[in-house]
Design a protein around this ligand. Structure first.
Ligand code: HEM
Length: 400
């Protein structure tokens, strides 16, 4: 995948992800990457749902850093461990806990917009959609939001392959470099959070780290490695995705000025517009699993331990599930997109991401009008094979 293909995906998601499905689908083996790929809605749904056949735990099969695999993070475990971990960490994500964050999210949103109001223009990413979720998660975890430049660096290192060309010409070399970078990043992240944990043990606060230290389920508390893994996951998984959801939403609205007008007039439609953005320009493009037994999909024989990628972005354009998939239609109902995954690993942070994005877009549209992308500046995409969004999104606007 080279950066031009990535830009094409961002600018023409329907064409790009439909082409993947029609050219390679329904199942194909990626010789260079040495993994299988599935593209259709039903197959991706099955991959995400059948955790007995398709495991999220790569540790027996893949050479990733131990912390990412060894039964410590919800994302990389299967039941029963997954169930235990998920119920421990979901205590912080109850609907009440999330709803109670709304006033603070609105306050941060207004503060960020105050800083750009006079200039009549901003880079949506740098000035708005990046700082918002980082500040929210930093406050949730109880770590200083001034450390956000470091958070950004760590998130980028984990998911955004800025460090090299993404071509798969030399996959082994590429994988080796990715692993080295992940190793370094995790060491830094864990050192950082180890210090935070030590402080909270001495002086508990009203924050997520203190709650995780105190949390117990079935008599079991989260061991230090588990908390470190979860905090690092939140910092990485929760930030760049939400940044991109806001960025991708504005890109969609800019392409459809009639939708922007409609949302100005009827802000109550913003939540359903967000769902359509999650279908049409999903920030997370794929999920990965490992076959736990020999399995056959559409006649293709997959062996135990082989890795399988499910393309959420292609599934979201499957015409068998979404009539007129090429249409960006905020009235689409039902809209069972796979933007947050599916099954037991369905995104834990979805309610928070939805709330942040709803508040961000509502306040933005309430305060500013004639929000237009600056056409003279070319769009750049972030360079990642599994996350999609603009790297910069310069816009001009007028104050309402
Ligand atoms: C899982 C997408 C925001 C925390 C997932 C998965 C997807 C996803 C597709 C499923 C992965 C899989 O099945 O292997 C997104 C998108 C977001 C977003 C598109 C924003 C628009 C967040 C936020 C948080 C978060 C804000 C936390 C603050 C998690 C966690 C998991 C997860 C902990 C693992 C759940 C489990 O394995 O049980 N996310 N996410 N995400 N997400 Fe998100």
């Amino acid at each position: 995948m080279n950066p031009r293909d990535l830009l094409d995906q961002l600018l023409h998601p329907y064409e790009s992800f439909t082409a993947l499905r029609t050219e390679f689908g329904p199942v194909s083996y990626n010789e260079r990457g040495k993994f299988w790929e599935v593209f259709g809605y039903d197959d991706v749904l099955e991959l995400a749902s059948d955790y007995e056949t398709f495991s999220s735990d790569g540790s027996p099969f893949a050479e990733y850093p131990e912390e990412m695999t060894k039964g410590q993070s919800v994302l990389t475990t299967d039941p029963p461990r997954h169930r235990q971990l998920r119920s421990l960490v979901s205590q912080a994500f109850t609907p009440r806990a999330i709803a109670s964050m709304a006033p603070r999210i609105a306050e941060i949103t207004n503060d960020l917009l105050d800083q750009v109001t006079r200039q009549g223009k901003m880079d949506v990413i740098a000035d708005f959609s990046y700082p918002l979720p980082v500040i929210v998660i930093a406050e949730m975890l109880g770590v200083p939001s001034e450390d956000r430049a470091r958070f950004k660096h760590w998130s980028d290192q984990m998911v955004v392959s800025e460090y090299e060309d993404l071509s798969r010409d030399n996959v082994e070399e590429y994988n080796k470099r990715v692993r080295t970078i992940m190793r370094q990043t995790l060491d830094e992240l864990y050192d950082y959070f180890r210090q935070v944990l030590a402080e909270r043990r001495l002086r508990p606060q009203h924050d997520l780290v203190s709650a995780l230290l105190a949390a117990q389920i079935e008599g079991e508390s989260l061991f230090e490695q588990g908390i470190l893994a979860f905090c690092s996951l939140l910092l990485v998984a929760g930030n760049i995705t939400t940044t991109n959801l806001i960025g991708n939403a504005l890109l969609c609205f800019d392409e459809h000025p009639e939708v922007m007008e409609q949302l100005h007039a009827r802000p109550e439609l913003i939540p359903q517009a967000i769902e359509e953005v999650l279908r049409y320009r999903p920030p997370a493009l794929l999920v990965g699993r490992y076959a736990t037994r020999p399995v056959e999909i559409h006649g293709c024989k997959i062996s135990t331990g082989e890795s399988i990628i499910g393309w959420l972005a292609s599934a979201n354009f499957d015409p068998a599930q979404f009539p007129d998939p090429q249409r960006f239609d905020i009235g689409r109902a039902p809209n069972r997109h796979l933007g947050f995954g599916h099954g037991i690993h369905f995104c834990l942070g979805a309610p928070l991401a939805r709330l942040e994005t709803k508040i961000a877009l509502s306040i933005l549209l309430e305060r500013f009008e004639h929000i237009r992308r600056e056409r003279l500046q070319p769009i750049e995409t972030i360079r990642s094979v599994f996350i999609m969004g603009p790297r910069h999104l310069p816009v001009t606007f007028q104050v309402r």
